[in-house]
Design a protein around this ligand. Structure first.
Ligand code: GTQ
Ligand code: FE2
Length: 335
């Protein structure tokens, strides 16, 4: 009986028995996320082994998921990365979900496509392709070599609400738009009489365009103090973040680049697309070579260095748009 309670110990017991607690006992905190690095040699070897021992009929998608040991079965609390392979002649069947995804192509082919909302989108090395929330997508490879890409997803964030997923009624969706349609109709010259079908349309950012932006900035000797030649993939309609929930970036760290340290409240997942370097995260050195993937937790002080004689390029995804939309984004430069 609560009336007979005469001290705090008894009150704490009574509260616990009734699924209640007092602020004087502290506020619960989520599990602390730690930085981590996954070696490409291991991820890739596992993926290729999966092509031998896991037929497509046994898995909806042939991917290797990255898991952060500080978070059990997740890589971060919001965004996620997996690595996917489609072998020659294979099809990853059509479906849609309210988790949005991007593909960043590591080993491409002119004969491999992801079909998004009826449009076949080529998958060539360095291309970034979006499959926004609730868009139909399937992948196929008509070439003679394996095709490999990074899958970036907001699946942990969406899972806080509710994940929805739906299979298409055939293995493959019909292709009713020509390849390249989105790129040609959502540039700076657009059809005047057609309203966009999607708030966030599927889009391909071709590697050749990314590279020419880098080269223009390099020629002008422009770079940011923390991130080198740092690009962001902008939304084709709004010019804002790639997707409402996460954005994709790419940065070139020239030979001998040593960035300033900073921290921000977003989670960022990086992949060393080219070259080698080191990222120091909260004082811990994460040395990376081509292909390695690493994650920087929110509010971890981090800086990038490239001591090598070659350029290094990092691809990344960040939940910054979600943090900004909720007004909990904050950043700080060291010093
Ligand atoms: O390729 O559609 O890594 O639906 C996870 C879920 C890839 C995909 C993933 C997916 C996909
Ligand atoms: Fe999917």
């Amino acid at each position: 009986m609560i009336d007979s309670i005469g001290n705090v110990t008894q009150l704490n017991e009574w509260l616990a028995e009734h699924n209640l607690s007092g602020h004087w006992l502290g506020m619960p905190r989520p599990a602390e996320m730690k930085p981590w690095l996954w070696k490409w040699s291991e991820v890739y070897a596992a993926l290729i082994k999966a092509t031998e021992v896991v037929p497509m009929s046994d898995t909806a998608r042939r991917t290797i998921q990255l898991r952060n040991p500080s978070l059990g079965d997740r890589m971060s609390n919001t965004i996620h990365m997996s690595v996917q392979c489609v072998m020659p002649g294979e099809v990853a069947t059509a479906h849609r979900h309210n988790a949005a995804a991007v593909r960043f192509v590591v080993k491409g082919s002119k004969d491999a496509f992801t079909v998004v909302e009826g449009e076949p989108i080529p998958m060539e090395e360095g291309d970034l392709i979006t499959t926004p929330n609730w868009t139909w997508h399937d992948h196929y490879n008509d070439g003679s070599q394996p095709v490999v890409w990074l899958d970036g997803l907001d699946i942990r964030l969406v899972g806080i609400a509710k994940l929805f997923q739906e299979p298409f009624h055939h293995d493959r969706q019909p292709m009713d738009k020509p390849a390249g349609f989105a790129g040609k109709t959502m540039g700076h010259v657009r059809p005047a009489w057609i309203k966009p079908e999607h708030k966030t349309p599927p889009f391909r950012y071709a590697w050749a365009d990314t590279l020419s932006t880098i080269e223009a900035l390099r020629a002008a000797e422009l770079e940011s103090a923390c991130d080198g030649i740092h690009l962001t993939y902008s939304h084709p309609l709004t010019g804002g973040p790639t997707l409402p929930t996460f954005a994709c970036d790419l940065q070139l760290l020239r030979s001998r680049f040593s960035g300033k340290a900073h921290r921000h409240t977003c989670t960022t997942i990086f992949q060393a697309f080219r070259g080698q370097g080191v990222t120091i995260i909260d004082g811990q050195r994460f040395e990376w070579t081509q292909g390695d993937i690493f994650v920087v937790p929110p509010w971890s002080l981090h800086k990038h260095e490239n001591a090598s004689g070659e350029d290094a390029i990092l691809f990344s995804m960040t939940d910054r748009p979600a943090m900004e939309a909720l007004d909990i984004y904050r950043e700080e430069l060291e010093g």
